[in-house]
Design a protein around this ligand. Structure first.
Ligand code: AMP
Length: 254
């Protein structure tokens, strides 16, 4: 039975009495509205550790657009069922007041990569991500934490933060998981209209076509996508597009 832990002090008690020095702990941070890709991270953690905790916290500080935060899907009962079925041991479910006793006066920033790609289009987004992940890693004290390569830039920034601050938790990258039509799983996919959901797989198809970036942009725009960016980062192509109200990101090796 998955145990729901709703306060930091309760988690610390469990950690001190049942986990510390006895069990290997894996951690999967999420914002809820769980899907198969989230569960693949949880399953990996279960395979590699004695106990697994998944956090569900819709982190307000990483949303630069208030409407995006308001519309973000919230499906806790289903999330709990999926985690139960997967065999997750704990759900850490804090609220905003617990996570931000400082009212977000203390902010963790990176000064280079965080300003590129998604960072250039979502001001403050990665400050919010890094700050909350630092807090969560400090609270949970896991041996390993699992992050998806769907959020490639986020993974690189979190790995860099953990290295820069000599953090004790290992940061483990997990492969990007796609639906059968190629669309990367995302909690935001549920917000697409039927028409946009049918169009959406073209994003990955075009991104993995091997064409030039200019040709990719032209093709996606002519299909009805708004392009936020398509840019190369070393041997990866990173991209974000907008369909209606929904922003989608993806990345491929090239
Ligand atoms: P989120 O709830 O969107 O913050 O995601 C929680 C974790 O799941 C992050 O580490 C994401 O990178 C990961 N994740 C979300 N979607 C995918 C996907 N399609 N493939 C792999 N990992 C994913």
């Amino acid at each position: 039975m998955v145990k729901v832990v709703e306060s930091i002090s309760e988690w610390r008690e469990i950690f001190e009495s049942e986990i510390k020095g006895k069990k290997r702990l894996g951690f999967v941070p999420t914002m809820g509205a769980l899907h198969k890709a989230h569960i693949s991270l949880v399953e990996r953690s279960i395979r590699e550790n004695d106990l697994t905790v998944t956090s569900i916290f819709l982190n307000p500080t990483q949303f630069n657009d208030p409407n995006d935060l308001k519309n973000y899907p919230k499906t806790f009962d289903r999330d709990r069922e999926l985690l139960e079925e997967a065999g997750c041991d704990y759900i850490f479910l804090p609220n905003r007041e617990m996570m931000y006793p400082d009212d977000y006066r203390y902010i963790l920033s990176e000064t280079d990569l965080s300003n590129k790609f998604c960072g250039a289009h979502r001001p403050g987004h990665f400050d919010g991500v890094l700050t909350v992940v630092m807090k969560l890693l400090n609270i949970i004290s896991a041996d390993s934490a699992y992050f998806g390569e769907k959020d490639w830039q986020q993974y690189k920034l979190i790995k860099g933060m953990a290295d820069a601050f000599f953090m004790q938790t290992s940061i483990i990258p997990c492969p990007l998981i796609r639906e059968s039509d190629g669309l990367a799983y995302s909690s935001r996919n549920a917000l697409l209209t039927k028409e946009h959901r049918e169009l959406a797989p073209n994003f990955y198809r075009v991104l993995s076509s091997g064409k030039s970036i200019i040709e990719m942009k032209d093709e996606l725009e002519s299909l009805g996508f708004t392009i936020d960016y398509i840019e190369a980062d070393e041997n990866r192509l990173l991209a974000a597009v907008i369909l209606g109200e929904v922003r989608l990101i993806d990345n491929v090796e090239r």
